[in-house]
Write a protein of this length. Sequence first.
Length: 753
Amino acid sequence: MIISFLKKNHGLYSVASMGLLLLLGCGQAPLSSDVGSRAQTLDSLAGHGAITGLSNKCVDLFEQSTAAGTQVHLWTCHSGWSQQWTANPVGHAGPIKSAGGSCLDVSDASTANGAKVQLWPCNGTAAQRWTLTSQGELKGPGGKCLDVEGANTADGTRLQLWECNGTAAQRWTMTAASRPVTADTASLKTWWHDHAELNPFTPVADSNVRRSTVYDVKVASGTDPQNAYDSFVYMSVPRGGREKWGYSKEDGAEFAKQAGLSMSWSSFLYGADAWVQIELKDGSFLADENDFIIRPTTLHFETQVVDSKTLRIRVPYSSKGYRFSVEFGQQLMTSYKDKGDQLTTDSMNNQLVHTEPRHAMLIFAEPMLSGTDVARLVPNPSSNSIYYPPQGEVINLDKVTEEVIYFQPGTYYMPWNTHGRLPKNVRWVYLAPGAYVKGAFQFQEGQTDFKVTGFGVLSGEKYVYEADTANEYKHTNKSECHGTCVKMLQFASGEKQQTLELHGITVAEPPYHTFVVYGYEDRFKMNVAQYKQIGSWYWQTDGIELYQGGTMKNSFVHSNDDVLKLYHSDLVVNDLVVWKAENGPVIQWGWVPRNIDNVHVKGVDIIHNRMHWGSAHNMCILNSARDYRETSPDSPMMGDPNMWVRNLFLEDIRSEGANLCAMRLYALANWENIKVKNLWIEEWNRLDEVAQASYFKAMQVTIGDQTTGGKGLELENYSLGNQLITRSLGNWPSNRAGRLNFDASLWNNWNAW
């Protein structure tokens, strides 16, 4: 075999930089007399892809490890990240880099026959200099060759350095990855990032976007599933691949890091039914045709198992779009609570908390914009003053004189020690589909209509946990930094009424709260739609707080704190999909006494829920937490009898899998007409019953009478699995299925039926 750098396109291989087309039969090797002579002239072409050798097996890393000293061996090719390498052109000496960024290395720079070939941090030494020859050899230290020990074709055979001998054990071929083909039609749009990095462990280069090492996705029209287009699969890992930097305290990402969790996602726009094809590329496979689940489980999509690594899903068109998780059997992981109140994956003598994928795969199918939506959500150069930042490092946004900042497809990054402080004239930030911006935005008071729109990504991956602007963007040195820590989107509200249109964007890896408004909160109205939040590994990565008169619909939130904060009046929320980590509740309206009236939430699907702190007051699906100013639970802050929470309607809330608890409600204001309808919980986790208890307490305030006036707390059609929980059935108490440990003094203030 001849080493060559080839790109596959529709079954044909071409030497891209020379425009040469070489026809290869299925499974055939290139014609050495033709390709070999040309390969020697490809000085400008670096290879990236799999390196194959004996029996068409691949150069691979032992146990897919990135640790220094990991043995490099031969393994059946599976297209996973551990078999992806980048090398210099033929005849040019240089490093061979793994997808994780480390280099192919000869242990101790040895030139002896049999020397170990391993993975090692790149250092530019002779031990990492390899030259590709036109004969298919990889020559390393001392001019010796990369060799398969004993010419053994078995999986796991180690690679070594050996005197060059021209045998098949020393012949290698690199086949570059196919050039992606994306869709851009009236009914389907996908996108790609050329500067992608297959790296699941460490921070990626500033100019790169982390690409999933576990999944590939293609999308096709509903009428032609065979003609599929590439759709980029993003990937988020805990702490952006860093260890703790500048601090040692807990940050909420400990379990995710220890368990090796990741979240992959792919987004596309569609205007008609579409087929989504997901391929496993990490070596895992479908054990049978039922070895997967789509969540929410109420989505009954048509599916096809193409082969043991590929699943095809038909997504019907909806003007609301769909946001869902695709989960494969071999990816599932169960978390347990140990005796130290910590999460672990060890089941021995521990209590089951929840089962979820170790490597999540999320699909965001968003409706194509048309008509007035285009005019409202996409800047028009003929009617807007627009600044287009160049790709690469983004600085001096505070000097922009235009009203709109438009990020075109590409990769942008702000330095880790800054964020986008926008001048008063900027009212709109647009992230085009395929735009990936590493940074955060802070808007100033001065505009009446703000917009953050587009289907691009805003990522906080470069920021440390609780990056404090008052501490040079390092981790905060204060006990609380709400006023100074970086938020992904921050606004200032003045005396005039202001509005915000937040539409389409994906916020990834927030280092703290994702969204906040300072100033006159009652004069800031926001409409949120098609919003996605993902990779919220840290504590305090709250979801959205809606302000007076706000709406939210058709969105997805992964959060490690309060997901939906209902602190204001006249709110409407519809169709929200939630992936909940361990901290905080799903729906929150407590922490301090508030006046709240006329709030409607309908259609919340909680597809995962890893809560496990049974004694915490700020847990469960529904929560009105105790006053945050309490010094201890033994001396609780009392509520304010001059304030009211009225007409709160929470309907069609489903929580799949194992759950901790339903509700913990501490009334800090007078309550009247609180309605919970169709709350469904699949099952409780395996913690003790006392840890699963729901509470209802009045903190020296008045609760409306439910038994005669119907003005208190009403639980209609509250169910655990297929069991309806009612007062008349007697299955509501804390030691029964309902787990309701409500204050006896409030017996006339609630009902379950």
